[in-house]
Write a new protein. Structure first.
Lengths: 231, 231
């Protein structure tokens, strides 16, 4: 347990999408959103929370030159390192982790979540300094049913939590976890981490921290972004 | 099993909120949203799907005169009957059902879901004509964890569905179900219906069909509404 201020902080932003679900040729992490590509907004969110955070972007290798041309087009100067995307998210994160040599905390964040709040970011790093891990979750507002054979039944939603990112971990423990062989049950970094005998600490996310994956999300996200930045 | 065209159709729109969560004095179902109070948009959605549908609005008794003044202020002429809200949603719906004497199909809908699509409404009534019930659900896009004692674990999200409204039923069967004594486990109409030994049929909802309960929902909903109405 360390104080978060004294720890070196990294974020690996995974931006491996190829854009099919948005019905557009532009991969969703590059779509312009309130004046900047989604991924750039995401990077700015982390720089706003921690000025000295080290940013690692994981991109499909074939999109690196496109990304560089976007940075030049938007005169985007936020310092970052690049890693190449792998076969799955697991392999992408692993590639990102290889660029980190020191100790401290690393957050893994979805490139298409530009609406993560400063409070969520700070909460996750602060609690990860205390508990070795922290992942942001929110409650479910809808009734939830679970499918069983040809039927379905209600499940107690008060016990369910929707998981967001950044998922923040002690670097050494996460690196150790990523030494495991790939398992299709690894749906996020928390699942990799806990499969290596670590415990996951849950903290509060923010409702607006949606994943921009469908056109409806882009519309909702854009208006949320405008309003949140006016407040 | 009947053809949906030949059946009389009703919708009970439950608008019992008192508005606290919106941080406003105006109950959320009455907040203006793209030029009309949320509840009026919701009513228009059903009239657009089925011109002859009978609309029953359930309102807290103390808000009826406010509602009437809004109808006059907005020159809102969509025909509807009023029922008074009860102690819980269960009692509110029961009060609404008492205004229905004939047979056919009845949908129960949240007053604060103005973004229900025509396709969702038609799908629910059409499939309820065939299966006695139909409730709209969508898949979960986030990783989901379930709390257990002091820990949490991942639950297979591919088996989970988020439940929306309208939940549509054969009138006679739903009325019979509402003869049961109230049980706090009744979180929606489907739970009342199935506790009376009926089966619930799931159909597809629409992602934009969000519940307007927090300020962020109002912002997202308003921009979605504008765009969906332009398409």
């Amino acid at each position: 347990m360390f104080e978060v201020e004294t720890l070196k902080k990294y974020v690996i932003i995974v931006a491996g999408g190829s854009g099919n679900r948005m019905g557009s040729e532009i991969p969703k992490q590059f779509i312009e959103f309130c004046g900047l590509p989604v991924l750039m907004h995401t990077m700015v969110a982390f720089k706003t929370a921690y000025e000295n955070i080290e940013i690692i972007i994981v991109l499909p290798e074939g999109l690196v030159s496109y990304w560089e041309s976007l940075c030049s087009q938007y005169n985007f100067k936020v310092h970052h390192q690049l890693a190449f995307g792998g076969e799955t998210r697991f392999h992408s994160v692993k590639n990102g982790l290889e660029l980190i040599s020191g100790e401290g905390l690393v957050g893994i964040h979805d490139g298409v979540r530009p609406l993560v709040s400063k409070e969520t970011i700070v909460r996750c790093y602060t609690e990860a300094a205390k508990y070795s891990s922290a992942i942001p979750v929110i409650e479910v507002v809808e009734t939830v049913r679970v499918l069983e054979d040809n039927r379905s039944k209600i499940i107690d939603r008060s016990k369910l939590r929707l998981v967001q990112t950044p998922q923040v971990f002690e670097i050494n423990l996460l690196k150790q976890a990523y030494q495991q062989s790939f398992n299709p049950a690894f749906t996020d970094d928390a699942s990799v981490f806990e499969s290596s005998s670590n415990e996951i600490h849950l903290t509060l996310g923010n409702k607006e921290n949606i994943k921009i994956t469908h056109p409806a999300d882009l519309i909702m996200g854009e208006s949320l972004f405008r309003v949140l930045n006016l407040i």
